[in-house]
Structures are given as structure tokens and as C-alpha cells.
Design a binder for this molecule. Sequence first.
Ligand code: AMP
Ligand code: MG
Length: 328
Amino acid sequence: MITKIFSTTEDDLREAGRILKNGGLVAFPTETVYGLGADALNPEAAKKVYLAKGRPSDNPMIVHIQERGEIYSLTDTVSDDVKVLMESFWPGPLTIIVKAKDIIPRVTTGGLSTVAVRMPSSEIARKVIRYSGCPIAAPSANLSGKPSPTKGSHCVDDMNGRIDGIILGPDCEVGIESTVIDMTGDSPEILRPGIITREEISLALNKEVKYDRALFEKPGEDFSPKAPGMKYKHYAPKAEMILFKGEKDKVRQAISLREKEETEKGKKVSVILFDDNRTAAHDLFMKLRQCDLDGTDLILCEALTEEGLGFSVMNRMLKSASYNVVEI
Ligand code: AMP
Ligand code: MG
């Protein structure tokens, strides 16, 4: 298959929208990571997303809309709390899980009776959705298991020849995927942490917001997160990766020492250090992909403090490193 490369001109976005409307697949930028879009209401199109990504079919996709009101075409149950979340955080990186209407094919929801909905703040993403005229199912536009794409070139690396089009837009502002919150239970529960934190959501709803217990567990036999996607191998660079956790000065010393030792053994070592959480979120996937391109054998990465956004980025770092942590 020849993948058409699009820019962000109106003509190109219109053509990308037409491809989506006709059941094709197009990768496009959002503020979180690049998404791989398909018509969410067309089961054949949705099926192709799983094939292109090599994604397990029980891993549901987020359905993207371009106006708040479009949520009513996907669900009959929009509670007052869901309305508050839509008003407070949309457009933006919050995905809300609600009961699904029957018109949504089960292939889109990974067989579940619920659906994940998000209205992105990226103008480009919203225009593509508008031009397509349909809600757009869009998981991250990477091959399953690889770090999510935060640049157009990452989509080209993973998806060229596998999908109909790629829109080369700006680098993603946030850099990690949206916060996923389940609003179908007795109380709101975060299934995937993101840049919108539990504290912010709790403040908006004026109630306690829980984390899915699985966020604190290491995947093993009893591991069953409520977001099916959280159980799969994720964000893995080709190199072995070690996270160093502890007091900053000591961690940096330990990393330098280890870098020296491993380099002397002939290994190509990359060190990843971040000075703040925002930059960590923005750069993590890009740096992991750069390590793949550089042929790195070993990645030594400083852990973040697991509070607020630091908790969300650490959720990805731990998976990238296959929970390989050295406590200093
Ligand atoms: P991605 O599309 O790669 O950003 O991943 C979407 C995440 O949202 C995955 O972890 C999914 O398992 C999760 N998700 C999507 N829809 C649902 C749903 N209906 N219930 C629970 N989790 C969901
Ligand atoms: Mg993904």
C-alpha cells in the first residue's frame, strides 16, 4: 500500500477527512500523541486499525469527537459529573468512559459495552474529524508495543506502507497519552494517568477520584487493569532500560558510574535525565525512539518523583524499562 503524506493545509485535511469517511486509515497529530484514525462506526475500518498496529483485538480504542455535543451520538448516559468533566477539560487530554450506544461496533470498543470518548484540543485533529463527518476511533499511531509517536516522522517510521495517509503536523505538545477516567462505576476512577491529574479532576468534581488499583501493581498473573490496554507490553525501546530511583545527587552519581563501566565493556549507553515533569512527558517517547535509531544497547534513566504528572510519566517509564528499577 502506498501511504500518502499530507501537510496541514485545508485541502490536505479535507482529503484526509474524505479518506476516513470512505473507510481508510489516516494518522494525524493531536496534542497528546499522534493518533491512527478510522471511522469509529464502520467495523471494517476499525478492524483495519488493529491489523495496521498489530494491536490485540480486545484493546478498545478511544473515539474522538470535534464538538462536545457529539458525545450524545455515542452514549445515552451523560451524567452531571460527565458534563462537568466535559466543561472543565474539553477540548483537551481527558478521555471519558461512558456506556456505549448500540450503533458503536464492538470491534471499536474491544467487545466492551462501554466507550472511551475524547474531544482533542488540537485544531488539526478537530478539523480532520470535522471533514470526515464521523466520530474517529484513534489509538496511538505506533506499532503495538513501541513508544507512542510524538512526531510525524515517528508515524512514518512505523506506519509507512501500512495505512492510507499520514498528516505531518507539529510535534505533540503534551507527549504522553490522555488521562482515561471511567465514569460508569459508583465513583470516578482513573484507569490511565496523564497530564490532567487526579487532583485537578477531584477539584472539578468536588469529590474523591480513585486510581484503578492495577496502576500500583506490577503486571503478573493476577494483574487485570480495567483499561485492557494497560496490560500489554508497552513503550518498549529495543535496548535494555534501567530506572534509577532515589536521592537526586546519588542517582546521578550512580548513573555516571554505571555509564562508565558499561561503556568500557563496549556497550553503547544512553543516559536520560529530566529536570522537570513537563519536559519529561514531552520528550520521553521521542528519546526512547532516538535510542532505537542510534543503536543504543543500554538506557540509564533517572526516575521521577511519583506525584502529579510525575506519577503519569513514571507509569510509562516503568513499562518501558519492564519494571527494571535500581533503588539507590
Ligand atoms: P490508546 O488508544 O493506545 O491511547 O489506548 C487507549 C487506552 O484506553 C487503552 O489502555 C484502552 O484499554 C483504554 N480504553 C479504551 N476504551 C476503554 C473502555 N471502554 N473501557 C476501559 N478502557 C478503555
Ligand atoms: Mg497506544
